[in-house]
Design a protein around this ligand. Structure first.
Ligand code: 13P
Ligand code: SF4
Length: 385
C-alpha cells in the first residue's frame, strides 16, 4: 500500500504561525486578517472566480512542493529551472509565484518591463538561501584573491539571494539549478581552474563527484572561520570549494533510511534529490531535481515501486496520482518544507482579490544594482540550457 502522509488537516486549518499577518501586509488594499475567517469550503470557488476574472493578466506559477490546495491553481508547475523559464517567457502582467522568496526574486530579475512579481506570503523564505550572506561571500572572495593565482569561477545554486546571484554574474560565474548543475559546472571548468560553489555543499559535492572529481579535490568553506577553515595548500589543491550550506529538509534523509527500504521493500527503487547528503546519494539508485523525479516515476512501468527522498508534498502527490505504482517517502517521519508551506489558499485569495481592486500586495522587487548582474548570471544559465 502506498504510504500517504496526511497533511490535509494542517493545510486547511488557520494555523496562527502560518497565517499571522506580517507587518508589511497590514493596511494595504484589503486587509489580510479578514481572510483568516474565510471558510475553507468557499476558497476554491473564490480563487477560481478571481483567476478567471484576471484572465490573461495573471499567471500563477507553482513549485512542486506546494500544497495541493494551492498548486491546483497554478497555470505552470515545475522545478526551479522550469519555473524560471516560464517566468522569462510569460506575457502576463502579474506573475503570482507560489514558491519561495529566491524563486520569486529570480522571476523578478527575468521579468519584462511592466510585469509585476508577487509572493503571496513574504515569510516564505528558504533556510538554505539564508546560509550565504553577501558580506560573507565577499569576505571569502577577498581571502581567495589574497591566496593568489587560484582562477576561481563562482557558481551559485538558484537557492540563493539576488545579491549572491549578482555577485556571481559580476565575477564571471553562473547560476545552476538541480537539473542543470553538471552542465553548468562543465562550462565553469572551461572558464577557470576552480569553482566556488554556493550555497549548497551537497549539490556541489554530488554533482562534481558524478563528473569524476574525487572527494579529496573538494574542500568545505566555513564562513565562520578564517580561510573557511582551510589552509592555503588545501585551497590550492582543491578544484571544488563548497560553501558550508545545506537544506534542512533534505539533510534529514540518512543512509540508514536507504538500508531500511532495501531490507523492508526488496526491489523498490530509491530516488533522491541531489540536495541530499553524499552518502545517501551514493546508496540511492537515482537522483533528480523535483521535475526529474516526477518524470522518472511517471515514465516508470506500472507496478514499479519507489522510495523518494524529497519534500513530502511532492511524494504524496505522486502517490495519489500514480495509483498503479507504489510511491513512499524515504523517511517515514514527514519532511516538510515549512517555508513553502506558508503559502496558503487564504494568502493566494488575498493577493488575487487585491489585484482585482487594482492593488499590488507583496511585490518582490530586486534593487536595480542587483538586477543587472543577477540577470547576467541567470541568462548564462538559461543559455547553457
Ligand atoms: P528543484 O530545482 O529541484 O525544484 O529544487 C528546488 C528546491 O528548493 C529543492 O529543495
Ligand atoms: Fe529551501 Fe530546502 Fe525548502 Fe528547498 S526544501 S525551498 S532548499 S528549505
Amino acid at each position: 500500500m502506498p504510504q500517504l502522509i496526511e497533511l490535509g488537516r494542517l493545510t486547511s486549518q488557520a494555523q496562527p504561525s502560518t497565517l499571522r499577518v506580517p507587518e508589511m501586509e497590514k493596511g494595504v488594499g484589503c486587509d489580510f486578517s479578514s481572510y483568516l475567517l474565510v471558510p475553507d469550503t468557499s476558497l476554491d470557488e473564490r480563487i477560481g472566480a478571481a483567476v478567471q476574472k484576471l484572465g490573461s493578466d495573471l499567471v500563477i506559477l507553482g513549485h512542486h512542493y506546494q500544497r495541493d490546495e494551492v498548486i491546483r491553481f497554478a497555470r505552470f508547475r515545475g522545478d526551479s529551472l522550469k519555473l524560471a523559464q516560464q517566468a522569462a517567457e510569460c506575457d502576463a502582467k502579474y506573475i503570482v509565484f507560489c514558491g519561495v522568496h529566491f524563486m520569486a526574486e529570480s522571476a523578478d530579475v527575468l521579468r519584462r518591463l511592466g510585469q509585476v512579481v508577487i509572493l503571496p506570503d513574504l515569510n516564505a523564505g528558504c533556510s538554505m538561501a539564508d546560509m550565504a550572506e553577501i558580506g560573507q561571500v565577499e569576505t571569502c572572495w577577498a581571502e581567495l584573491e589574497a591566496v593568489g593565482g587560484l582562477d576561481v569561477v563562482p557558481v551559485t545554486y538558484m537557492n540563493s539571494t539576488a545579491a549572491i546571484k549578482a555577485f556571481t554574474g559580476l565575477h564571471g560565474g553562473s547560476v545552476v539549478t538541480s537539473s542543470n548543475a553538471a552542465r553548468v559546472l562543465q562550462w565553469a571548468f572551461t572558464e577557470g581552474q576552480r569553482v566556488l560553489f554556493l550555497p549548497d555543499e551537497h549539490l556541489g559535492r554530488n554533482t562534481a563527484y558524478s563528473m569524476g572529481i574525487p572527494l579529496d579535490e573538494m574542500i568545505v568553506w566555513d564562513p565562520e572561520q578564517e580561510l573557511g577553515g582551510n589552509t592555503e595548500l588545501s585551497i590550492r589543491r582543491a578544484k571544488m570549494i563548497l560553501w558550508k550550506g545545506y537544506c534542512s529538509v533534505h539533510q534529514r534523509f540518512l543512509p540508514e533510511h536507504v538500508d531500511r527500504v532495501r531490507a523492508e521493500h526488496p526491489g523498490m527503487r530509491v530516488i533522491v534529490h541531489p540536495e541530499c547528503r553524499f552518502e545517501v546519494v551514493q546508496k540511492a539508485d537515482d537522483t533528480g531535481s523535483t521535475e526529474g523525479i516526477l518524470k522518472k516515476i511517471t515514465a516508470a512501468p506500472p507496478g514499479s515501486s519507489w522510495a523518494v527522498g524529497t519534500e513530502v508534498h511532492l511524494v504524496n502527490r505522486l502517490a495519489k496520482t500514480l495509483t498503479d505504482r507504489t510511491v513512499i517517502s524515504l523517511d517515514p517521519h514527514v519532511c516538510v518544507c515549512t517555508t513553502m508551506f506558508r503559502i496558503t489558499p487564504q494568502h493566494l485569495l488575498w493577493t488575487l482579490d487585491n489585484l482585482l481592486e487594482g492593488t499590488v500586495v507583496n511585490r518582490i522587487s530586486v534593487p536595480e544594482n542587483e538586477r543587472r548582474w543577477a540577470r547576467v548570471a541567470l541568462d548564462r544559465m538559461l543559455q547553457l540550457g
